[in-house]
Design a protein around this ligand. Sequence first.
Ligand SMILES: Cc1cc2nc3c(=O)[nH]c(=O)nc-3n(C[C@H](O)[C@H](O)[C@H](O)COP(=O)(O)O)c2cc1C
Length: 214
Amino acid sequence: MKVIAINGSPRKNWNTDTLLKKALDGAASAGAETEMVYLYDLKFRGCVSCLACKLQKEPRPNRCVLRDDLTAVLDRVHAADAVILGSPIYFSEVTGEMRSFFERFLFQYLNYDDYSKPLSPKKRTGLVFTMNIPEPLFEDFGYTALFRRYEDWMKLYFGHCETLLATDTLQVKDYSRYHLAGFDAKAKQLRRETVFPQDCQKAYELGVRLASKG
Ligand SMILES: Cc1cc2nc3c(=O)[nH]c(=O)nc-3n(C[C@H](O)[C@H](O)[C@H](O)COP(=O)(O)O)c2cc1C
């Protein structure tokens, strides 16, 4: 049993990284071999629409042919039993690096002969998103649809997906050092101490579930 986490945050040891590490800890506790991939440490591009993965005579059909730092990662994710994608929300989307990963990851499996039957291996998947926005504003800013869309893609391609959302996160340790007056620093700190540990526990349990057989 192998569980891989793909980290689309540039910041190590911050919100997304912490939750992904907890998820991997959970997976390891259930006996899985685990791996964290930091996208910001890699040099790669999104899909370049070469369509080589759709060529009828391609020796590795339905696999991305681009050769860069993502090539080996895509091979390992292809073979893994479970994968967790984690990203902060930037301007109401995943980060650019995560979006580029997502294009490469899914397009290789897209089946233009029958969209409803992607050519991907079935596996358990998790999505971890962290963000400033509090949950009551989700509808107004289109976040409910955003998260549902990602989960629907993953379910269609891999047959399973669970999403964990960490909202109203702490963005910096000391708000007094920055022009961040739009935030209530005390409320953010309190949430960090009370709600974020619960998010960490949920991430751990997600990892356990993803690594469990059956
Ligand atoms: C460039 C940038 C854009 C952001 N845009 C949003 C946004 O649109 N919505 C939101 O809720 N948070 C936004 N945030 C806040 C981050 O999503 C939030 O702080 C997240 O938890 C950071 O994750 P990290 O600690 O793993 O870096 C943005 C942060 C940055 C740096």
